[in-house]
Write a protein that binds this ligand. Structure first.
Ligand SMILES: Nc1nc2c([nH]c(=O)n2[C@H]2C[C@H](O)[C@@H](COP(=O)(O)OP(=O)(O)OP(=O)(O)O)O2)c(=O)[nH]1
Length: 137
């Protein structure tokens, strides 16, 4: 069997002034349909992870962000490939969020973030975010 595709992905954990986190729901017609994820996407060749996050947030939500501390990197093997997901805390600088690629979004408290049906690759990051209460970065 051919090796699975290895996909490097970055996700932005955007925290607002109420210590709530922006969660975004994937569309029905893509893989991981209707699962919740952090806005972001694939890192392109020649790009840093920070550059990829800034670009993706502009493309997906028309927002400018400041990328802060790294949370964690984890890998998860899906049927369509192996996703290496790196999450970073981020702050919204400008722009009203537009859902250009997601079907829904929610601001969730750290306490309740685990109630959503997350993409499986996100679970380790979710657990870390829940225990970092009060800290933006
Ligand atoms: N953006 C993001 N993607 C995630 C997360 N968790 C997770 O498993 N993924 C997966 C979903 C996708 O397979 C891949 C991200 O790629 P993408 O967002 O550029 O791709 P996509 O499938 O939405 O669309 P396409 O560009 O391939 O058409 O990583 C997450 O928290 N954020």
């Amino acid at each position: 069997m051919a090796d699975k595709k290895y996909i490097r992905v970055v996700g932005a954990v955007i925290v607002n002034s109420d210590d709530e986190i922006l969660c975004a729901q994937r569309p029905e017609d893509k893989n991981l349909a209707l699962k919740w994820e952090f806005p972001g996407g694939k890192v392109e060749t020649g790009e840093t992870e920070t550059e990829a996050l800034v670009r993706e947030l502009e493309e997906e939500m028309e927002c400018r962000i400041d990328v802060l501390d790294k949370i964690t990197t984890t890998t998860y093997e899906y049927d369509f490939g192996i996703v290496e997901l790196t999450t970073y805390y981020a702050e919204l600088l400008a722009g009203e969020i537009k859902l250009l690629e997601h079907v829904d979004m929610k601001w969730m408290s750290r306490e309740n973030i685990g109630d959503l049906d997350w993409a499986p690759a996100d679970i380790p990051a979710i657990e870390m975010i829940q225990t970092q209460k009060g800290a933006i970065k």
